[in-house]
Write a protein that binds this ligand. Structure first.
Ligand code: XMP
Length: 531
């Protein structure tokens, strides 16, 4: 990922719905913290789905021909004056609806039942007892743990509905009605509801009749056709960062339009050892892409001289990237399209429920901060994918595993892994230490199992003894974390022997280092990077 200054340019036209075959489910978002998780769970079951605002119009829903609708949870109560509500006509579409928590209360309230505040808020694990083993409960045990988080309960079912399950505190923990619609009071999308995926599978496959045709290979075919349609005979530019997302996006665009695509790789001198060469080698030799390599090490390291503040480092790297990229595009002449590897979580984050419908997407940090004079139409073929799906698409496109499974690496690169001033010498020190960490983590088979593993060059010098000599040299910290998405993380319980090998090799192989420490902080309260 390329990091630049915060976005200032608004680009229209990135938000059209992607055609992905007949089978799709829409999740109407009412502001639950779990909405994105529902999308991930449905995709894991190989059904294509999209998160749309809860207020989506019935015409728009009709246009998309969904096989099913999911009404998400949300913080509101159906009786709040400002509660977000769906278009009432969605209930008459004849499409099965799954209402989760607030979504269930909407179903009950809007279809003529009654909802009231519970005597006491139900939060946490509960045992759900199934009264009717059918629909979403088909083939499941009669009693199961589920995760509850609600303040309202259903007092009276809407006409035509019946109770499917109850808990100690909720007489209506699940209800079903005409046309396969079902409401559940608990959250099936969270890990605390172990049978949640099975329930969702039942809804998608049994009730909605989905077949599960959401595969990386079918995505590739459709995305290629879509890119051709959008770009026509025009030229496209794509900035490669060395990471998975931009490499997969570029490969997809290249598959669609061949040499109409030019990639720009700005080597900022802040990358890991051999990284620039490896990416360029794979994409030019096996994929035959046209890549312009801009040698920027002198420029970036020069601009960072004397800077110690982490945010200032980020700004400088962003600014220098933009200048280098701009110079290159001017040289290339008229290029109307910019391809980038924006992922679905970025799209969801940068598009609030209110602006969702308008589909006017702000360029976020990927290329945010491009000057007003540089206006591009965006080509974002990965904008509906999650990270694990991008990796599968990368594999389907024939990219090698070491590129596709690469750990995330921050845009400002090694500059934020040197605490204090960035110099060529200190860059070489942290790069060599990083190489050892990655090498040992790969050798021990842990590379794909941890989220990130790397070295930090601290500003501390410590006393040591090597041979008969006293040394006074740098302390390197090693950070290895597990995480699902980088938002929270834990330090990895790596076997002591692996840590011992890393430490021994760093001290022996990296000049100027005599001590290695292991970072045992989780996020929060620490962050993954030190700067
Ligand atoms: P933190 O340090 O905030 O990192 O816990 C979370 C994830 O984000 C990456 N990271 C960055 N990525 N530009 C990026 O492209 C940045 O400025 C940046 N800072 C942190 C970090 O490597 C981790 O995966």
């Amino acid at each position: 990922m390329i990091t630049a200054a915060p976005g200032t340019v608004e680009v229209e036209g990135g938000g059209e719905t992607m055609e992905v075959g007949a089978e799709r489910v829409l999740i109407l978002d009412f502001g639950s913290q779990y909405s994105q998780l529902i999308a991930r769970r449905i995709r894991e079951l190989k059904v294509y789905c999209e998160l749309v605002p809860g207020t989506i119009s019935v015409e728009e829903v009709r246009r998309q021909h969904p096989r099913g609708l999911v009404l998400s949870g949300g913080p509101a109560s159906v009786y709040d004056a400002d509660a977000i509500r769906p278009d009432p006509e969605i209930y008459s579409l004849g499409v099965p609806i799954l209402g989760i928590c607030y979504g269930m209360q909407l179903l009950a309230h809007d279809l003529g039942g009654r909802v009231r505040p519970a005597a006491k808020r139900e939060y946490g694990l509960a045992a759900v007892v199934v009264d009717r083993e059918e629909g979403i409960f088909s083939g499941l045990p009669q009693e199961m743990p589920v995760w509850m988080s609600h303040g309202d309960v259903i007092e009276e079912l809407p006409p035509g509905y019946r109770v499917m399950a109850h808990t100690l505190n909720s007489p209506v923990a699940a209800m079903s009605g005409p046309g396969g619609s079902v409401g559940i009071q608990f959250h099936l999308e969270v890990a605390h509801t172990p049978q949640g995926s099975e329930m969702l599978r039942n809804f998608l496959y049994r009730t909605c009749g989905c077949e599960g045709n959401w595969e990386a290979s079918s995505f590739v075919e459709q995305a290629v056709a879509e890119i051709r349609r959008k770009v026509g005979g025009e030229r496209v530019i794509c900035a490669l960062s060395g990471g998975v997302d931009s490499a997969v996006a570029a490969t997809l665009v290249h598959r669609a339009i061949g040499d109409q695509l030019t990639c720009v790789f700005v080597d900022n001198g802040l990358l890991r050892r051999g990284e620039a060469d490896r990416v360029i080698d794979v994409l030019t030799r096996s994929m035959r892409m046209r890549i312009v390599r801009v040698e920027g090490a002198e420029r970036f390291v020069g601009a960072l001289a004397g800077v110690v503040d982490p945010e200032e480092k980020r700004r400088i790297v962003g600014r220098e990237f933009i200048s280098a990229f701009e110079e290159e595009t001017i040289r290339m002449g008229d290029v109307p399209f910019l391809a980038q590897g924006t992922l679905y979580p970025d799209v969801i984050e940068s598009t609030s429920a209110d602006t969702f419908g308008a589909r006017k997407i702000k360029t976020h940090h990927n290329v945010g901060g491009l000057p007003q004079s540089m206006t591009f139409s965006l080509v974002e073929p990965l904008r509906y994918l999650f990270k694990d799906e991008v990796r599968r698409v990368g594999r389907a496109l024939g990219l090698p595993d070491d590129l596709v499974m690469r750990q995330p690496f921050p845009g400002p690169g090694l500059s934020i892994r040197i605490i204090g001033e960035v110099t060529k010498e200190r860059l070489e020190t942290v790069r060599s230490a990083d190489w050892v960490v990655i090498d040992e983590i790969k050798r021990s088979g842990l590379y794909g199992k941890v989220w990130q593993s790397f070295a930090i060059l601290t500003p501390i010098s410590s006393v040591g003894v090597m041979g008969d000599y006293r040394t006074y040299a740098n302390v390197v910290a090693v950070r290895i974390v597990t995480s699902d998405d980088g938002m929270t993380a834990d330090w990895a319980r790596v076997p002591y022997d692996v840590l011992a090998d890393i430490s021994r090799r760093i001290v022996n192989e990296v000049p100027g280092v005599n001590r290695v420490v292991y970072d045992i902080s989780s996020k929060p309260p620490s962050t993954i990077e030190w700067e």
